[in-house]
Each structure stands twice: as structure tokens, then as C-alpha cells.
Design a protein around this ligand. Structure first.
Ligand SMILES: Cc1cc2nc3c(=O)[nH]c(=O)nc-3n(C[C@H](O)[C@H](O)[C@H](O)COP(=O)(O)O)c2cc1C
Length: 355
């Protein structure tokens, strides 16, 4: 009998030939101008047999750029580059959505080149960031004004429209892993006392506004969001269980009426209440995070046990362009090489062999 993981499904308007989703994976190979070139086209084309590809986090506006070499979806050149990626994936019969990521305070003026870094509050994230001269502490960001927040929402909308213009099938708003939207959600990064902070509902407001505006622009059936409650990385800490539950309940309540294509939940306990609370919002794509690499057995179990509608897979999809076939036939896998995750060029990117 075929495992359900390898059977087709639809998430909103998105058609998946199997329930294996390539997780969003930053690989910083898009050059200084953030334009996808031949390397990205080939990388994503090779992985088109995944049920759906979610692209690496892609910046909507220059101020939201986190990494040198990260692609954008702001300029005409970037749209043209992404059109080549989408065409290549579609020619192989695949489905591809774009993760739109504003880095917020995980950035630096030397990366954004806009003279500043922005966040909900003027609180720096811990740690360092790589700029052209080497590593440097993450800067104290400027707190966004309400008027500037309206501009952030508009930037996500313009990026989503650009992604659709480029021929992608939909978008995923990045609300996870300590970037801008997650900075608003997390109480230790958001000390605002206006309507974008102060309470769990206030902190969830930006996420809801962005996803609502993007849904109105491109259709909720092509729109999803990624969240990572209590993942506690990159300085976005959610350590009070009551606050955590209230914040994500407010978010789920705000998103539920939209009829989204999916919610992509990164949480160590996919069968637990937090992840399951999003299933009333939309079909759920589950991933357990960085701790241990997702295995075939884990992905099969997520679907067989009706924990999620689809499974997001990161490192195994980096290392195996033909992962869907390998897992379906239970054949040996290539191991991912972390030393080439963030290096330029084809090595560790387009040279993992298919069988
Ligand atoms: C090299 C690398 C880059 C990543 N980039 C992103 C990203 O751009 N956006 C995101 O939401 N998650 C990102 N993640 C997290 C993955 O999407 C995924 O959640 C994580 O790798 C755990 O899944 P796995 O065990 O199947 O690898 C990244 C992970 C890795 C290893």
C-alpha cells in the first residue's frame, strides 16, 4: 500500500503531487543584487518532484535584507530572475511558492544600505551578523512608527504581487525564526505600548494585517504563513506558557476567517495543542525544527497519524534532489554537508547526485 505521504493533495489553489514540501532554505547564492541566476534555476528545478517547494526567505524591501547573497523580490530584475525559476519548476510539473521574509532587527545598515535597521522596538537581538567586513554585533534597531508599519504591510503586498507576476504559485509570509513579524509576536522583542504591542492580541496584529492584506491582493487560496511558536532562536523568546498560548490563539483567531492555503508550523511537538490549534485555520504543513533532521519515518508518521496535511523537509531536501522518489522507494540517501550551506557556487548546492 502506498503511504499517504506519497499521495497528491491540494492546499487551497496549490496542487501537490505528494505531501512532501521542500522547507524554505536560505542558501545565499543570489549575488549582491539579489537576482536569482542560473544556479538558483538549476537548484530548484532539480527539486521539482517535491510536492511543493517553498523558496528561501526572500526580501520584499531592501531594508528587510538579512544576508548578503539573499534574493529579493523588489526589482524588475529580481522578478525576471524568479520567473526563470518558476518556469523551470513548472516545466518539471512542480509547484513553487515564495517565502517572503523581512529580517527586521536581524540585519545591519551595511547589508540593507538604507542607513538603518528596523524592528518593533529599539532592542537589539543578541549575537553577531556577517557584513562585508566580517562579523559585527547586531545593531540596536529603530522602532517603527505606525505610519512606517503601514509601509511594511504595503511592502509585503507588493512583494506578493511580484511573486505572482513572476509566475510563482503562491507565497508564504515568514512569521517565524525571529525575523520581523516574529519580533512583533515575541514579548521580549516588542515593548510597544500602542496597538501593535502591549497585549498578545496587539503583538499578533502585524502578522494578521500582513497576511490579510496579502490574501486580498493575491487570494487567500495562494497565501500561507510560517510560524515557530516557542522555537526561541535568534533572540525572539516566548518562554511564558500563558502568554504564548494567548498570542498564538489571537493569531489563529485573526487568520481563521481568511481561508488560507496553509499554515506552516515549526514546532518540536507537532501533535501538541499549539500546532493542532492551527488546523482550524487552514491545512497544516509541519516541521519539528533544527534539533534533529527530519527523517522518512517521521514524515510518514506525521501524515499517517493525521497530525498534518503535509510535511516540510529541509536538510534531506538539500542533499537529495530526488528525495520524493528515494523516500517512496526507501532507498539510500545522500548526507547533507553543513559546511556548504552558506557558501557561494554549485558545490553542495546543485551537485548532490540523483539516483
Ligand atoms: C541551511 C538552512 C537554511 C534555512 N533557511 C530558512 C529560511 O530561509 N526560512 C525558514 O523559515 N527556515 C529556514 N530554515 C529552517 C528549515 O526550513 C527547517 O525548518 C529546518 O531545517 C528543520 O527541518 P529539517 O530537520 O528537515 O532540516 C533553514 C534551515 C537550514 C538548515
Amino acid at each position: 500500500m502506498t503511504n499517504k505521504l506519497f499521495t497528491p493533495t491540494t492546499l487551497g489553489a496549490l496542487n501537490l503531487r505528494n505531501r512532501l514540501v521542500m522547507a524554505p532554505l536560505t542558501r545565499i547564492r543570489a549575488g549582491e543584487d539579489g537576482v536569482p541566476g542560473d544556479l538558483l534555476v538549476e537548484h530548484y528545478r532539480q527539486r521539482a518532484s517535491m510536492g511543493m517547494i517553498i523558496t528561501e526567505g526572500t526580501w520584499p524591501v531592501r531594508e528587510g535584507r538579512t544576508w548578503i547573497g539573499q534574493p529579493g523580490i523588489e526589482t524588475a530584475e529580481q522578478v525576471a530572475g524568479w520567473r526563470r525559476v518558476a518556469d523551470a519548476v513548472h516545466a518539471e510539473g512542480g509547484t513553487i511558492v515564495m517565502q517572503i521574509m523581512h529580517g527586521g532587527r536581524i540585519s545591519h545598515p551595511a547589508i540593507s544600505l538604507t542607513g538603518r535597521t528596523v524592528a518593533p522596538s529599539a532592542i537589539a537581538a543578541p549575537g553577531e551578523i556577517r557584513i562585508p567586513d566580517g562579523k559585527t554585533p547586531l545593531p540596536v534597531p529603530d522602532a517603527l512608527t505606525e505610519q512606517e508599519i503601514a509601509g511594511i504591510v504595503a511592502g509585503f503586498v507588493a512583494a506578493a504581487r511580484n511573486a505572482i507576476e513572476a509566475g510563482l504559485d503562491g507565497v508564504e509570509i515568514h512569521g517565524a525564526n525571529g525575523y520581523l513579524i516574529h519580533q512583533f509576536l515575541a514579548p521580549n522583542a516588542n515593548s510597544r505600548d500602542d496597538s501593535y504591542g502591549g497585549t498578545p492580541a496587539g503583538r499578533a496584529r502585524l502578522a494578521i494585517e500582513v497576511v490579510t492584506a496579502v490574501s486580498e491582493a493575491i487570494g487567500p487560496e495562494r497565501t500561507g504563513i510560517r510560524v515557530s511558536p516557542e522555537h526561541n532562536i535568534q533572540g525572539a523568546l516566548e518562554t511564558d506558557p500563558d502568554d504564548l498560548a494567548a498570542t498564538y490563539a489571537a493569531l489563529a483567531d485573526g487568520l481563521a476567517p481568511l481561508g488560507l492555503a496553509f499554515v506552516d508550523v515549526l514546532h518540536h511537538e507537532p501533535a501538541g495543542v499549539l500546532t493542532q490549534s492551527f488546523r482550524k485555520v487552514a491545512p497544516v504543513i509541519a516541521n519539528t525544527g533544527f534539533g534533529t533532521q527530519t527523517t522518512r519515518d517521521e514524515a510518514i508518521a506525521l501524515i499517517e497519524q493525521n497530525v498534518a496535511e503535509a510535511a516540510a523537509v529541509g536538510r534531506a531536501a538539500i542533499a537529495n534532489p530526488d528525495l520524493a522518489a528515494r523516500w517512496q522507494h526507501d532507498t539510500e540517501e545522500n548526507a547533507a554537508d553543513p559546511s556548504t550551506f552558506y557558501t557561494p557556487g554549485p558545490r553542495g548546492y546543485t551537485d548532490y547526485p540523483a539516483r
